[in-house]
Design a protein around this ligand. Structure first.
Ligand code: NAP
Length: 249
C-alpha cells in the first residue's frame, strides 16, 4: 500500500461497481479515507471489506443521487465530522434509453438528467465550501466522449446531452474556482471499459477486448493528488492525454 493519499478525504459516487469501485479501492490503497456512495448497500459492504483487506478504511453512504436533500445532508455531515473535503470523484451515471430522441419516455429523460447532470450540480452546491476548505481540493467529473460525438451516436440522445452538459458544468466550476481557491477540476473521458454500463450499451461486444476500470483508476487518483494543478482540462484515458476544450472562436 502506497501512502501518496495518506490523510486525504475522498468522496466517490457510483462506488458500488465499475469505475467508481475501482477508483475508491485505488484511493484507499493510497491511504485516503473513502466516502463511498451508491444505492446498493450490499455492494458497498463488499467494497468496505476489500478496502479493509488492503489496510484502508471507508465510510459508506447508501444513497440515491436523485435525493437532493440527502446530498445536502451529506455535505452537512462531512462538515461536522471533518470540516473539509479533499477529493470528489463524481463518477456515477446511467446510460438511459438508446432510442430516437422523439421516442424517449419523459420519465426516462428526467431520470438521466437527474443522475448524470442535476445530481452533479447538487454535489457541487453542497460540497463547494468543503472543497474550498481543503488545502488542495480536487474534483474529477467522469464524463464521456459521447457528448462530443453526437453525430456519430444517433439514438444516444439523453446520455450525450447530459454528458455534454456535465462538461459545461465542470468547466464553469473550474473557471469559478481558478483564482479564488485551491480547487482543481478535471473532466475524465474513460473510453470503452469493461463494465455493466458498457455491456448494456454494446451487447455484441466481447468484454475481454476492453480495458478495465482497474486500468483507469490510477490515472484518476493521480488527477486527484495535491501535485496535480492544471484545472479545467479534459483527461482522455484512451490516448492518456490532458486536453484543452475547444469550440467555436
Ligand atoms: P456502471 O458499472 O453501470 O456503474 C454505475 C455506478 O453509478 C454504480 O455504482 C451505480 O450504483 C451508480 N449509480 C447509478 N445511478 C445511481 C443513483 N441514482 N444514485 C446513486 N448511484 C447511482 O457504470 P460505469 O461504466 O462504471 O460508469 C461510471 C461512469 O463512467 C459513468 O458516469 C459513465 O457514464 C462513465 N463512462 C463509462 C464508460 C464505460 O465504457 N464503462 C465510458 C465512458 C464513460 P448503484 O446502482 O448501486 O446505485
Amino acid at each position: 500500500m502506497s501512502n501518496a493519499m495518506e490523510g486525504r478525504l475522498a468522496l466517490v459516487t457510483g462506488a458500488s461497481r465499475g469505475i467508481g469501485r475501482a477508483v475508491a479501492l485505488e484511493l484507499a490503497r493510497a491511504g485516503a479515507h473513502v466516502v463511498a456512495l451508491a444505492r446498493t448497500q450490499g455492494a458497498l459492504e463488499d467494497l468496505d471489506d476489500e478496502i479493509r483487506r488492503v489496510g484502508g478504511d471507508a465510510t459508506l453512504v447508501p444513497c440515491d443521487l436523485k435525493d437532493s436533500e440527502a446530498l445536502d445532508r451529506l455535505g452537512a455531515a462531512l462538515h461536522d465530522r471533518w470540516g473539509h473535503l479533499d477529493i470528489l470523484v463524481a463518477n456515477a451515471g446511467v446510460l438511459g434509453p438508446i432510442t430516437p430522441i422523439g421516442h424517449v419516455d419523459p420519465k426516462q429523460w428526467d431520470n438521466v438528467v437527474a443522475v448524470n447532470l442535476t445530481a452533479n450540480y447538487r454535489l457541487v452546491r453542497s460540497l463547494d465550501p468543503l472543497l474550498r476548505a481543503s488545502d488542495a481540493g480536487r474534483v474529477a467529473f467522469v464524463s464521456s466522449a459521447a457528448g462530443h460525438r453526437a453525430e456519430m451516436r444517433p439514438y444516444w440522445g439523453p446520455y450525450a446531452v447530459t454528458k455534454a452538459a456535465l462538461d459545461a458544468l465542470a468547466r464553469t466550476y473550474a473557471a469559478e474556482t481558478a483564482t479564488t481557491s485551491n480547487v482543481v477540476v478535471t473532466v475524465v473521458n474513460p473510453g470503452p471499459l469493461r463494465t455493466r454500463m458498457r455491456a448494456a450499451a454494446m451487447p455484441g461486444e466481447d468484454p475481454e477486448t476492453l480495458k478495465t476500470p482497474e486500468d483507469l483508476a490510477p490515472a484518476i487518483v493521480a488527477l486527484c493528488s495535491p501535485e496535480f494543478r492544471d484545472s479545467g482540462k479534459l483527461y482522455d484515458f484512451p490516448t492518456d492525454r490532458l486536453m484543452s476544450f475547444q469550440g467555436p472562436a
